[in-house]
Design a protein around this ligand. Structure first.
Ligand SMILES: Nc1nc2c(ncn2[C@@H]2O[C@H](COP(=O)(O)OP(=O)(O)O)[C@@H](O)[C@H]2O)c(=O)[nH]1
Ligand SMILES: [Mg+2]
Length: 364
């Protein structure tokens, strides 16, 4: 299962955010393999489309899409060069498919700040630099090995040129995710598990008195950096959201009234993480089961068949596809969709769209 690692400086609110995300029945599991054990939990991905399909079919079984979140230990300065818990921490970061980077904006005099003051942009830069150092070390190590070879194979020449571009990018203090790369180049880098190549969302953890980014300490520079670097940012009142979880819906509604929140941030956090992971859902619907399946954006009908079962991919004939909107607008069943002419027959290469309802025709 794909998973999102929660990273940030110590005392930025990572565990608070993790608790917000994993509330509502998530099962918290210990980490396998005996490494220092971060909390991890599998959560259902909220999706109103799934909820409506479930209502229409009232099946015996419901299987929503899921993602796993991991609450990683705080990262301090020097970790990228292996200081302190750096190496073990970074091995967890390298395992993650995407990163949720929690940044402290709240003041809270009762909680010390590892850097002595609240300065979100500085903290973003500290963490990013640690990740950049780590990737630089990996790039330099591999480039060193390649340059000591007498003769390079063609794919090694390709790799070397690519790694040199990565090196230049990192030396400019830019993450590898900002490089323009072809699919082939992305594939070639996969084995390195570069931490700056992972999708990242920034969660600004605010106090209830804060909202405008420009009004935060160092806020104007922060706003500029967000713009220039094209950062994905979510703002949340971490501690308040955690407190909300213990209130009844009526109490919570009263609490949220007057603040800048119309709904608890939990669903947004999970949904944004799913999007950052580059994931989409397609659905299978019947009276036995309504299920959301996860694919990478760009996957095709054959990948969809394979997600369900290898036999379906092996014996693939056609995919019967309806978009969610058409399905709901035309009597919410395959038969009605066929009669209305909105049911499509698609081949292997059909690019699956988020929300498609699919039935695979196969023969083995
Ligand atoms: N005022 C305020 N305090 C917070 C907020 N989020 C976290 N804290 C407090 O900061 C401390 C550290 O939070 P924690 O989630 O354990 O941070 P972690 O070290 O990054 O996991 C705890 O005492 C939290 O109650 C917030 O949004 N506002
Ligand atoms: Mg913590």
């Amino acid at each position: 299962m794909l998973h999102c690692g929660i990273v940030g400086l110590p005392l930025s609110g990572k565990t608070t955010i993790f608790n917000v995300i994993t509330h509502a029945g998530a099962e918290v599991k210990p980490y396998p393999g005996g490494r220092t054990d971060p909390n991890r939990a599998v959560v259902d991905v909220p999706d109103v489309r799934f909820d409506r399909l479930a209502k229409v079919h009232s099946p015996k079984k419901l299987m929503p899409a899921q993602v796993e979140f991991v609450d990683l230990a705080g990262l301090s300065k020097g970790a990228g060069k292996g200081a302190g818990l750096g190496n073990s921490f970074l091995s967890f970061v390298a395992d993650a498919d995407a990163l949720m980077h929690v940044v402290r904006c709240f003041a809270n005099g009762a909680v010390e700040h590892p850097e002595g003051s609240v300065d979100p942009l500085r903290d973003i830069n500290i963490l990013d630099m640690e990740l950049i150092f780590r990737d630089l070390a990996v790039v330099e190590n591999r480039l060193g090995k390649l340059s000591s070879k007498k003769k390079l194979q063609p794919e090694e020449t390709f790799e070397k040129a690519l790694l040199e571009r990565c090196h230049d990018c990192l030396m400019d203090e830019r993450p590898i995710r900002m490089l323009d790369m072809s699919e082939e180049e992305k594939r070639a880098l996969r084995g390195f598990t570069f931490v700056t190549a992972k999708p990242q969302i920034i969660v600004l953890n605010l106090d209830e008195t804060q909202w405008d980014i420009a009004a935060l300490p160092g806020g104007e520079a922060l706003a500029r950096a967000i713009e220039e670097r094209g950062l994905d940012v979510i703002k949340i009142y971490g501690r308040l959201e955690m407190d909300l979880l213990d209130l009844s819906p009526e109490e919570a509604a009263e609490f949220m009234d007057g603040l800048h929140i119309d709904e608890p941030a939990r669903e947004k956090l999970i949904f944004e993480a799913y999007r950052a992971l580059g994931l989409i859902s397609f659905f299978t619907c019947g009276s036995d089961e309504v299920r959301a399946w996860t694919l990478h954006d760009g996957d095709n009908a054959l990948n969809a068949a394979g997600a369900i079962h290898t036999d379906l991919a092996r014996g693939f004939i056609r995919a019967q596809v309806v978009s969610y909107d058409d399905y709901m607008a035309h009597g919410d069943s395959y038969a009605n969709c066929r009669d209305s002419g909105v049911l499509r027959l698609e081949g292997k290469d059909y690019r699956v769209k988020d929300g498609d309802i699919i039935e695979i025709r196969f023969n083995i």
